[in-house]
Design a protein around this ligand. Structure first.
Ligand code: FAD
Length: 446
């Protein structure tokens, strides 16, 4: 706990997982942070759920923080969390212009996998996937990680070669994947038509411990854990300028006033170019809308995640029974968070070839998010030309799966100046030509 806090331990009542710690700060009322547990649920059930507290505190910004993170999406919140947990840096604010998790983190189709081709990618995505395995316990928040298995269909000979190569690379990297036959695809997912008219299924890259998690819960779990450590999460607080003295960052101007900091982390996905412009440097990023849709809920019919990159669609079934469907990105830059209408038609038309049964489903909702695409389809986790200012962006269509690993690496980079997880993902690689080409793993995939 930082010096700002007085800690008043209360007597433990009942089971130890149900203990209370009372935290007090001069500018803030007392709040009781309780652990979520089966005992807490039973207690609240007995008193009609009147005792739950706010999951995170709502506060006014202080004048100065050691670290400010711009963007309360999954990556920003995870960065703050690991700064506190792994490096003891807790005088941290996360500033969010809207509501936390309201960007791409709350808009994605939640696919988690780590079957990437290049070694640096496999390292950060597998770190992330392995953190997801115990994230609910680590955060004391149920993120509903469901390692149900992810398959990427090979529907052209080019894809067969690409995925077989990735399976070999994954074996060398220690990532558990295998290349499977069309018959095995059919066994794992009976609703697929493997003899499809245009693109029959020729095989698939299968990652048995890939899967999904509840996207909002990931953001909420990290936010609650950050608040529990004494960090400030400030919503409705847009950063409008990055302040600097000489070549060093000194703080930000926001819609809630000026706030000073020693270090600044820019973690704003589709708006990275806007923030970089405020900080005085340029990024090799394009911002485009990517969209998704869900069907009406139906009985369980699919217990794996399937990605069909040739026909450009992917699908899983949510716990509520909806078919969660993702499609392509717009072919032009924009900030609309809606996406073009023709993509809905193209995505559904493409998926019907592989899953004929969805032709009888009604689609309920469609939405979009602004994704940040780099030329090599790999992220940027890097120092910037402005001293003390760091950037985490470029996750494009596939950054939900990377949230824990990215937060872990970004926190280490900000705390120590370098991290083995982020070393390859610098901004310099675009100047020096050291691209990390993931167009097979991430060109259209998620
Ligand atoms: C439709 C769709 C489907 C996807 N499917 C998948 C998938 O299946 N699997 C997968 O791994 N990934 C997927 N992704 C990608 C994934 O959602 C993103 O890569 C990831 O969520 C990015 O997280 P983030 O925290 O970087 O960004 P965000 O969650 O977008 O957070 C950035 C935050 O910064 C805030 N912000 C911006 N400007 C400012 C400012 N000036 N001041 C303060 N705050 C600001 C925004 O309001 C936002 O809340 C998908 C994306 C979309 C849109």
């Amino acid at each position: 706990m930082s010096q700002m806090w007085g800690i008043v331990p209360l007597p433990v009542v009942g089971h130890s997982s149900n203990r209370l710690t009372l935290l007090a700060r001069p500018d803030w009322d007392f709040i009781a942070m309780k652990r979520y547990s089966v005992f807490a649920i039973a207690r609240e059930a007995a008193r009609y759920h009147t005792g739950w507290e706010r999951a995170w505190a709502a506060r006014a910004p202080k004048k100065k923080y050691d670290v400010i993170i711009v963007g309360a999406g999954g990556h920003g919140l995870a960065t703050a969390y690991y700064l506190g947990r792994n490096h003891g840096i807790r005088n941290v604010a996360v500033l969010e212009k809207g509501w936390l998790g309201g960007g791409n983190t709350g808009r994605n189709t939640t696919i988690i996998r780590s079957n990437y081709l290049q070694d640096p990618s496999a390292a950060i995505y597998e770190k992330s996937r392995s953190l997801y395995e115990t994230l609910s316990q680590d955060l004391n928040y149920n993120v509903m990680f469901s390692p149900r298995g992810v398959m990427m269909l090979a529907q052209t000979h080019h894809e067969v070669r690409g995925y077989q190569r990735t399976a070999h690379a994954n074996a060398l990297q220690g990532v558990a994947t295998e290349y499977i036959s069309p018959q095995r695809v059919k066994e794992l997912c009976p609703i697929i038509d493997i003899d499809g008219p245009r693109y029959p299924v020729l095989g698939a890259l299968w990652q048995p411990r890939g899967g999904t998690a509840r996207h909002d819960a990931v953001a909420w779990g990290y936010a609650r854990a950050c608040s529990d450590m004494g960090m400030d999460i400030i919503q409705q607080c847009e950063v409008t300028a990055v302040r600097q003295s000489g070549s060093k960052v000194t703080g930000v101007s926001t819609t809630k006033g000026e706030i000073d900091c020693d270090k600044l982390g820019i973690v704003v996905a589709g708006h990275s170019g806007v923030l970089a412009d405020m900080a005085g440097f340029r990024l090799p990023i394009e911002s485009v809308a990517l969209q998704a849709l869900v069907s009406e809920p139906i009985k369980p019919c699919m217990d794996v995640v399937v990605m069909a990159n040739t026909v450009h669609g992917y699908m899983s079934q949510s716990d509520k029974g909806e078919m969660v469907i993702g499609g392509g990105a717009d072919g032009y830059n924009n900030y609309t968070q809606r996406g073009s209408f023709h993509h809905i038609e193209e995505t559904v038309r493409a998926l019907i070839e592989t899953f004929p049964m969805i032709s009888r489903l009604k689609m309920l909702r469609q939405w979009g998010g602004i994704v940040d695409m780099t030329g090599d389809r790999s992220p940027i986790l890097s120092k910037t030309p402005l001293e003390g200012c760091f950037i985490n962006c470029g996750w494009g269509t596939g950054g939900f799966k990377a949230i824990p690993g990215s937060g872990w690496g970004m926190a280490e980079l900000m705390a120590k100046g370098a991290s083995p997880l982020t070393d390859a993902f610098t901004l310099d690689r675009f100047r020096e030509g050291r691209f990390i080409d993931e167009s097979v793993a991430a060109g259209v995939a998620h």
